[in-house]
Design a protein around this ligand. Structure first.
Ligand code: SAM
Length: 301
């Protein structure tokens, strides 16, 4: 896929998200997380698994009160709000969907978090050149970036991160036996007009080239298979409302896309990885946890 203009990307995102907040609310969890959940209990419920995912991301980033967090592609604001609420950070989210930004801003106001959390309708490429953050997350965004744009994307993240700061990249990858099929054609044409998946090794190479140390890599493929299955079940249960809100064609398109995604994750033609990285500066001064113990206690759940 070739590099694209901001206008083309904005149109592609609008195509996907202007289906309406109400439509997504029919099948997402109450916090409106639109990426892979984290099932500590393999038979667990979506609501708990999404809270666990948000918390896992915060722990991986070792968030501390008073730090600044940038959430690139923040969706309906779930991570920025969670991090401000439970970790006391100053969170800034950007999304290319106006409907998402409006929804998130309303929720931030209702939760009384305006002093430390804000979500903007803005392309991440339009953040001010001097913007700096202690920590950065991009959850479910790399799929929209386009492979030719990886150097500019990871380079931009690095520039905005303070020396030694952590960046978490959570995204879908294709495995090496991935190939273009009628399924991928359907997805690009009707669901994600700007979707573009790289392999994990390609992604890691670009991250390293941009000047990051890779700290941790975790595969969550089966978690995404279950997430998609639960989204499908929930959407089917609300079929009449979905049809009324978005029409028969969109209802069926989304049902098919979520079902295909569940199958693709289950049979490993695509995968999902959280890659935790650190902006290299002085390797001797970096204090990295020696184990993963800090990730698995229960604090806010
Ligand atoms: C799959 S959603 C994930 C949302 C959220 N991170 C979550 O986990 O629920 C992808 C998000 O990336 C955002 N996005 C895609 N391209 C973007 C861009 N160029 N600038 C800002 N946001 C972008 C979309 O608007 C959307 O919010």
């Amino acid at each position: 896929m070739r590099a694209r203009s901001k206008e083309v990307d904005a149109k592609a995102i609008a195509h996907h998200y202007d289906v309406s907040n109400e439509f997504y609310a029919l099948f997402l969890d109450p916090l409106m997380v639109y990426t892979c959940a984290y099932y500590r209990d393999p038979d667990g419920k979506l609501e708990q698994a999404q809270r666990d995912k948000l918390d896992l991301v915060c722990r991986k980033l070792e968030l501390e009160a008073g730090e600044t967090l940038l959430d690139i592609g923040c969706g309906w604001g779930s991570l920025a709000i969670w991090a401000a609420q439970h970790y006391g950070v100053r969170a800034h989210g950007v999304t290319l969907s106006k409907a998402q930004a409006d929804y998130a801003t309303g929720r931030i106001r209702r939760e009384g978090l305006e002093d430390r959390c804000r979500v903007e309708y803005r392309d991440y490429r339009d953040l001010p050149p001097d913007a700096r953050f202690d920590k950065i997350a991009a959850v479910g965004v790399i799929e929209h970036v386009g492979i030719p744009n990886y150097p500019a994307f990871f380079g931009g993240v690095r520039r905005m991160l303070r020396d030694g700061g952590l960046y978490l990249n959570h995204g879908i990858v294709h495995e090496f036996h991935w190939k273009a099929t009628s399924q991928t054609e359907f997805l690009y044409r009707h669901v994600f007009p700007n979707g573009d998946l790289a392999g994990l090794s390609e992604t890691l190479t670009e991250i390293e080239r941009a000047g990051f140390e890779i700290v941790d890599v975790e595969g969550l493929r089966l978690h995404y298979a279950r997430t998609c299955r639960q989204w499908v079940e929930r959407l089917r249960e609300r079929a009449d409302e979905a049809r009324a809100l978005a029409g028969e064609r969109t209802y069926r398109t989304w049902l098919l896309y979520l079902t295909c995604s569940a199958v693709a994750f289950a049979e490993s033609s695509i995968g999902l990885y959280q890659v935790l990285t650190r902006k290299q500066h002085d390797p001797v001064a970096s204090r990295a946890p020696h184990t993963r113990e800090h990730l698995y206690g229960r604090a806010f759940l």
